[in-house]
Design a binder for this molecule. Sequence first.
Ligand SMILES: [Zn+2]
Length: 189
Amino acid sequence: MSIVSIVQLPTKVLREKAREVSAKEITSPRIQELISRMKKTLAASENGVGLAAPQIGESLQIFLVSEEAEEIDKGRPPTVTEASPPQDPETKLQKRTWRYDVFINPKIKKISRKKNEFPEGCLSVVGKFGIVPRPEKITVEAYDENGKKFVRSATKFVARVIQHELDHLQGVLFIDKATQMLASEHNTS
Ligand SMILES: [Zn+2]
């Protein structure tokens, strides 16, 4: 399996404003292949819960949010990083395959005034973590990978991941917003 490596700072694409994907383009082989590559890249990452297209070098308004972020909100410890030997079918069954929600051309419809502070990291800023204040709730309108428009409201950690990914599409990174840098490990996106 060919996994694209995740673009790291100071690569320019991480600081660019990503362009919108036209309605016709969404179902094109190029965009479908890109989404599939993003899913594989996120699945292969050790502790990623989201990924934006610029992180694999494509300046397009597409990002993924992993179902794992919802599980983290429910207080369940993530199990995805557990390595299982391929010859052990029992262990293999226990390993979760997360659903990845695709957001294309996302627009913020509503955002709460109330903010939360929480540690964040980024797959493109390896080894750095910081406390980032962000609105607690967000409602986003976007297109899915089939070109269907949807509205998603999120709170807590999922809302945070969505905002982190929205920032990627504007060339903004968590280090721009962190009020304090940390030295421990957390889920990254
Ligand atoms: Zn990131």
